[in-house]
Design a protein around this ligand. Structure first.
Ligand code: ZN
Length: 367
């Protein structure tokens, strides 16, 4: 069966792309069905020499959310407990359709080989619910200087800049300014751009270039190819349902690394203002790409949570109004690219721990 499948793939030159693929393995864990309370235990194995490991389950639909009740390490330690989601060194989202959980997202909880397990909770109205799960792991070396291969997919944006097509992108001033500035921002993470390739979206361009709501967002990400790359979809607008345009959005965080076909497999970027402000597009790519690779906001604006890193800036609510602003956090947060309202020219840096996390993501690789 495997031989039959491999032969035509190799003939077509479709072996997994990117250097990261060499140290990357994906395992289909099969189908799991929750109990009547929406709970099911998902065990997965991290191989010897593991650098990072990620499990994901879904799809359970865009009107349903899921999270982990808890996550247990091979040593038998409960490393995540949703009763106290910000106490440990792991972060787990409460997400529609597909739930990814990535280890590590902090130097305080490195990946280790052996059997991990997650108690998944699916908050569906119709229970029991069935989900498919997969696990992916990276093995091999780590380094302080790393690369990530990037795939930029243009979704009906050739009217914004004439070079926003696969054929013209290499020679287009706006596109190259965006890519170059993205590399500058990520250099502070110790992350460089490996192979950058460009494609024109081959699906329903007219229906996908203006994203309205999480379902359209997820359906676009579902078209991501099965490659060890970070995929950015460039669109004309993103509106998640409240009528306000947003500049970009990542699957997750974290995204499902190096595995296409899920609603968390990439990042969507609004390039409406790309010609006037390529720096803005670069910053949003650096920030949303950071989310995809396992970085969270140092502190949420509404003080509802913080990242699991010890060296990211901490801003206190000095005016006591229950919220943080960029001005309030000047020099104590807003200079970080992962600041929730990152501003061009102000948000220019990353922390050492943020670099440590990204250096271990399944799709990055030593330079
Ligand atoms: Zn963000």
């Amino acid at each position: 069966m495997r031989t039959l499948l491999l032969a035509p793939l190799l003939l077509a030159g479709c072996d997994p792309e990117g250097e990261a693929a060499d140290n990357f393995e994906y395992v289909d864990l099969g189908t799991f069905t929750t109990d009547a309370d929406g709970l099911v235990n998902i065990p997965w194995e991290a191989p010897e020499g593991v650098v990072s490991t990620e499990v994901f389950c879904g799809p359970y639909g865009y009107d349903t959310i899921a999270t982990a009740d808890d996550v247990t390490s091979p040593a038998g330690t409960m490393v995540y407990d949703d009763e106290a989601p910000y106490d440990g060194a792991l972060r787990v989202g409460v997400l529609d359709d597909v739930l990814p959980v990535l280890i590590p997202v902090s130097p305080d909880l490195p990946a280790e080989s052996g059997q991990w397990s997650m108690n998944l909770f699916v908050d569906a109205s119709d229970l029991p619910a069935s989900v498919s799960c997969g696990a992916l792991s990276r093995v091999g070396d780590t380094a302080s200087a790393n690369l990530v291969d990037v795939h930029i997919v243009f979704v009906g944006v050739d009217g914004i800049a004439a070079g926003m097509t696969a054929q013209a992108a290499e020679g287009d001033e706006t596109v190259q300014a965006i890519v170059s500035r993205l590399g500058d921002l990520w250099s502070d993470l110790g992350l460089g751009l490996g192979t950058v390739r460009y494609s024109d979206f081959s699906g329903d361009v007219a229906g996908s270039t203006t994203i309205e709501g999480y379902e359209e967002f997820g359906n676009l990400l579902r078209t991501t190819e099965d490659t060890a790359e970070l995929t950015f979809f460039m669109v004309q607008d993103i509106d998640l349902g409240d009528g306000a345009s947003i500049l970009g959005l990542s699957g997750g965080p974290p995204g499902v690394a190096g595995h296409g076909g899920t609603s968390k497999s990439g990042v969507v970027i609004n390039v409406a203002n790309a010609v006037a402000s390529p720096e803005q597009v670069s910053l949003i790519m650096a920030h949303e790409g950071g989310h995809f690779l396992g970085l969270f906001h140092p502190t949420e604006n509404d003080l509802s949570g913080q990242d699991p890193l010890g060296d990211t800036p901490v801003c206190s609510d000095s005016d006591g109004d229950g919220g943080l602003t960029s001005a309030e956090c000047a020099g104590s947060g807003s200079e970080n690219v992962m600041w929730p309202t990152a501003q061009v020219g102000t948000a220019t840096s990353f922390s050492g721990d943020q670099g440590w996390v990204v250096a271990r993501n399944p799709i990055t690789f030593p330079e």
